[in-house]
Design a protein around this ligand. Sequence first.
Ligand SMILES: [Zn+2]
Length: 183
Amino acid sequence: MEQNEAIILDRDGVLIEDKNYSYKIEDLEILPGVIEGLKLLQAKFLFFIVTNQSGIGMGYYTVKEFQIYNDHLIFLLKKHDIHIQKTFFCPHLKEENCECRKPNPKYLFEIRDGWDIDLKSSWVFGDHPSDIIFGINGGCKTVYMVTGHGEKHLKELESQNIKPNLVSSKFFNAAKRILEISD
Ligand SMILES: [Zn+2]
């Protein structure tokens, strides 16, 4: 039996505009090319969201508010026939040193075990250096998106010698490239 392959997506700054600790549906804005890119990828890959939500730990919004906001995104994607298998989130503050905050790979291993995923032919998308380390920690391929906070942190990638497989400023182009280089 062949294993499944996954695209593991950061949410804020990759799928939707990062408006800093957003939780209100009226602020939810899907980034350009995301729908079209996911449509291309879904013939081959299963989709997951993994997101650090320290806004919960800070008390900016509740788990419930996070879920309503996230469910709305899932609903908008579903209208375009795009299916997200599951959203994994870390509600903790960095200082809590939990196991679920990226770059800890805990959720990647849950995805692997729960959906029979071959992590080495799967891709992690993110706009933070920690997303790339997360992907590397799980043995995945990685795409650094120069959207959201991506531009701001680009220098950290170089100074910390973190090497994503792809760097892209357009979701759709990254999706096309992944299909070209995947077998
Ligand atoms: Zn956590």
